[in-house]
Design a protein around this ligand. Sequence first.
Ligand code: NAG
Ligand code: NAG
Length: 211
Amino acid sequence: MIIFILFICFSSTFGYFTIPGKCPDNVGLQEDFKLADFYGKWYQAYHFSSDGQVKNNCSTIELMTRPSGIYLNQSRVDRGLFHRFSVGKVDIPSKIEDAANLDLIFAFKNAPRRLKTRRYPFRVLATNYNYYATIYTCQYSPLIDKHFIYVWILSRNQILNDVSKELAVKPLQNIGIQPTQLVKDERDKCAPKYYEDVPVEPMTFRFPVPI
Ligand SMILES: *[C@@H]1O[C@H](CO)[C@@H](O)[C@H](O)[C@H]1NC(C)=O
Ligand SMILES: *[C@@H]1O[C@H](CO)[C@@H](O)[C@H](O)[C@H]1NC(C)=O
């Protein structure tokens, strides 16, 4: 029975990991990244999800300071109906030269013990703080030797101007993504019917089955 349930879990997560091999390495990150200048609201202007899933509109992200550290709030409208958000703790690298090499840690209170905290890379590829930011994450599943990539093209304004977009998509060549593969986010209906005020699971990461 347990084997059977595991099998179902495994096969549903397999679909997320579609790109063969490990995550790209030696990806160039933003030099001298200053987290303090990253505060304030960012609109997700475009995104790329390597499994092709599009589940929300109106995504924004914003850093928050709490007594226990710095957190990132990802909010969005799911399926045109639910306003939801996810909050992850930002793990700040200890070395200044690694400043753009961030991780996000999410806590899942009700998950089995070894799945309670999940850490995902959140790498700043480029930003000028005032107009655009390009961020990427990658998860690798050793079980099937494939990986998943999600890219945020963020904008300080609801619409990203052409010059900023060009700068924002430049680093994507390092991770093998074409600008034409980006999906533009819709922002015309961002006042959905339901508002949920408890954090939920983030939609931008895929959890590889641990082995
Ligand atoms: C996260 O951001 C959304 C949208 O700005 C906001 O409605 C929500 O209250 C924020 N969550 C927290 C915990 O601050
Ligand atoms: C985006 O918003 C439109 C309009 O509300 C909605 O019909 C559509 O389902 C939304 N798409 C997603 C993926 O949520």
